[in-house]
Design a binder for this molecule. Sequence first.
Ligand code: PEP
Ligand code: MN
Length: 337
Amino acid sequence: MMIIMKGGCSDAEVEAVIDKLHGIGAEAHLSRGEFKTIIGAIGDRELIVQIPWAALPGVEGVIPVMKPYKLVSREFHPEGTVVEVGDARIGGEAFTVIAGPCAVETEQQLLESAVAAKEAGATLLRGGAFKPRTSPYSFQGLGEEGLKLLVRARETTGLPVVTEVVDVRHVLLVSRYADVLQIGARNMQNFLLLSEVGMQQKPVMLKRGLSSTIEEMLMAAEYIVRGGNSNVILCERGIRTFETATRNTLDLSAVPLVKELSHLPIIVDPSHATGKREIIPALCKGALAVGADGVMIEIHPDPGAALCDGPQSLELDEFAGLMKEMKRVAPTLGRSL
Ligand code: PEP
Ligand code: MN
């Protein structure tokens, strides 16, 4: 952290800041210029940030230069993390495709989707059993019955399943059935839930909050990793902007930025980002090009009859076509699919 002193600050004011730093065991690096005096604070960040520096006499302001997250940072762990789930490896050279319906509705709907996902080359199956819906009158998911259907789909196809846990009370229940615990956008800053999944043995997929910065997403991931679970997959799923032409605005720039800042793998969810099935193929190729570790795509045997997110769900043959296209493009970018 840099503490910037006011133009005409006194020596005593500078000394007082330095004494305070020494008092918490931090070092002070003083740089006194003609117009500006800057004190660099080096030490335990947790202790340094607790002092209200800007309130001290003679201090103009502070500039934080230390990253507030540690365990998920690239500095801490220069090698990229690869999360292994069954035969799938998320991170590294492979580009992972997760596909499935928004919500588990019926056995037939789920199995048809799962078989199509597998045949086209997806390596994980998605499907919500507990759905976080904006309206309390919308379909909320089948609950445990949906989890059981996911297990049946896994037995049929061999695909590991990703499903959302919406509440801290459901963590153990969902962990009994799921291969990957999904934390949805609406819960990205549910810190108790993050800590709870951080204590589980199952990998976690953490979706970016609707209005969250990249730093806030990495701080949320830090909660999970701090609990002992370092198998975290980040997911860029679009953020709220002024634009209404799409459901959210897909922030593809988050992918290379996260790659620079963190060792965790990051995938892209163009379905929730756009809400529009027509533009999903283009954005999947965009995700490949910017270096994402994979995509998560919603598919449905009959999107017109879907109980949730039909307009953004690809038909099963559309998905197969998209997979062919991605398999053609991936090697040109040094990726395998
Ligand atoms: C989902 O993936 O099922 C979902 C609800 O997405 P999000 O949390 O990104 O809105
Ligand atoms: Mn959905």
